[in-house]
Design a protein around this ligand. Structure first.
Ligand code: NAD
Length: 260
């Protein structure tokens, strides 16, 4: 379905981004991976996806805190493959602390990786999409883009921000064949969430298994994690013609979290 299309997925060296990259490659798109990590492990991921899907897969290690490197991610992808058709803004980080103790440096880092990076990448990719009058921008927000939790001031603010940014871009592209939407996952078991489980287990003297159950039951009525594969499948659907008129939407995959 996506043969001939070029996709960038930020923060795709692990977790949800990797699930999305694999799903887009599986649907036939060329994929530019991005993210932090060990170069040998990233190369193994890159070549593994290329081999299993038969599509071209690249890697560009732009730091999503740096606007110049984000510009280079977009222009390097267009240089190699001619354009950027699909942009998935997924890179994200977390820090958990009451607002009085929230380190200023963590606030700035979360704002820049989880929110400003999407502003920069969209600004650079949109002219390329307009040239072909086709594009898909998918922002990975969160249940925390729709509702709040304690001790996540920066994350909740950034994720609400990206839901707003999604709506603005959807309106500015409404009369084109470019769409912009947000996906709002609930808990997905990735390194970002495992860290929070480890902290909870240590703080409350729980086993890893009980901490995982407690974390789920506090928020996610299904009692089950959503998976990177499920998020990837929704991203592929948003790239399909069936999604032509889904614009500015925030689509939850959260086991019922935000239905409460
Ligand atoms: P993760 O920690 O498993 O992966 C994050 C990815 O972002 C990694 O590839 C990492 O290398 C990359 N990254 C981090 N900082 C970067 C930087 N400065 N520059 C470039 N890349 C950087 O996290 P995840 O759980 O897969 O989260 C992915 C996205 O999904 C995030 O935006 C997160 O907020 C969102 N999300 C996650 C959950 C969840 O439960 N895991 C729920 C809702 C939303």
């Amino acid at each position: 379905m996506l043969e001939g299309k070029t996709a960038i997925v930020t923060g795709s060296t692990g977790g949800i981004g990797l699930g999305i990259a694999k799903a887009l490659a599986g649907a036939g798109a060329r994929v530019m991976l991005n993210g932090l990590g060990d170069p040998a492990e990233i190369e193994a991921l890159r070549s593994g996806i290329a081999q299993s899907t038969g599509v071209e897969v690249g890697f560009q290690g732009a730091d999503m805190q740096r606007s110049g490197e984000i510009a280079e991610l977009v222009s390097a992808t267009a240089r190699v493959w001619g354009s950027v058709d699909i942009l998935v803004n997924n890179a994200g980080i977390q820090h958990v602390a009451p607002i009085e103790d929230f380190p200023e440096e963590r606030w700035d880092a979360i704002m820049s990786v989880n929110l400003s990076s999407a502003f920069h990448s969209i600004r650079h990719a949109l002219p390329l999409m307009r040239r072909n009058n086709w594009g898909r921008i998918i922002n990975i927000a969160s249940a925390h883009g729709l509702v709040a939790s304690t001790h996540k001031a920066a994350y909740v603010a950034a994720k609400h921000g990206i839901v707003g940014l999604t709506k603005v871009v959807a309106l500015e592209t409404a009369q084109t064949r470019i769409t912009c939407n947000a996906i709002c996952p609930g808990w997905v078991l990735t390194p970002l969430v495992q860290k929070q489980i480890d902290v909870m287990a240590a703080r409350e003297g729980l086993s890893a298994q009980s901490a995982r159950q407690q974390l789920l039951l506090e928020k996610q009525p299904s009692g089950e994690f959503a998976t990177p594969e499920e998020i990837g499948a929704l991203a592929v659907f948003l790239c399909s013609p069936a999604a032509n008129q889904i614009r500015g939407a925030s689509l939850s995959i959260d086991g019922g979290w935000t239905a409460q």
